[in-house]
Each structure stands twice: as C-alpha cells, then as structure tokens.
Design a protein around this ligand. Structure first.
Ligand SMILES: [Zn+2]
Length: 100
C-alpha cells in the first residue's frame, strides 16, 4: 500500500513555506523586485492548496497589484476617523480597515 499519509498535512507544510517566504520578503524589503517575487511565490502556494492567506499576511501585500507593502515607501498609511487608510503608491488602491 502506498504510504501517502506520512508526515505533516500538506497544508501545514504549505503554511510553513508561506511563512518562510514572507520572512524572506521582509528581509529583502529594500529590494522590491525580490520582495514581490516572494509574495508571488507565497500566493502561488496558497492557491495551489486552495487555502486562504493567513490573516497576518493578508495585509502584507497589495490585494490588487500584489506588491509587498513597505509602509512609507510604496504605501501611504494614514489614520482617519478611527480607520486605517492605506494607499498603494503603485496601483492607487485604497484599503480601509478599522483600527483596534
Ligand atoms: Zn497596489
């Protein structure tokens, strides 16, 4: 019988890889081309496993053009009326979310 049930679940491995990729993106945030590449790879893994991007990474990249977010660099972050308003400097997308 084929041993395909050994080791951690594929999604656990996928999550681990996504974490490594976002960690690398963070370390290479001064190199946008490289950081964006890590985001692209992380998204590919999530899509392949049909899993939702974990909450902590969902705000790490632009939902429209997928650039890795570096506040103050490619993203403008402002707080207004108790909401965080982030504007992507690459594609102009505005993201608003409540401030807790
Ligand atoms: Zn964008």
């Amino acid at each position: 019988m084929a041993q395909h049930k050994k080791g951690p679940a594929p999604r656990t491995i996928a999550l681990e890889r996504i974490e490594i990729l976002f960690d690398q993106a963070y370390r290479n945030r001064s190199d946008p081309a490289l950081a964006d590449r890590y985001v692209a790879l992380a998204r590919e893994i999530a899509m392949r496993h049909r899993m939702r991007m974990p909450r902590k990474f969902r705000r790490a990249f632009c939902p429209v053009c997928h650039v890795y977010i570096v506040p103050g660099d490619n993203f403008r972050v402002r707080i207004q009326h108790g909401k965080v308003i982030s504007t992507c400097r690459i594609c102009g997308t505005v993201i608003r979310y409540p401030l807790h």
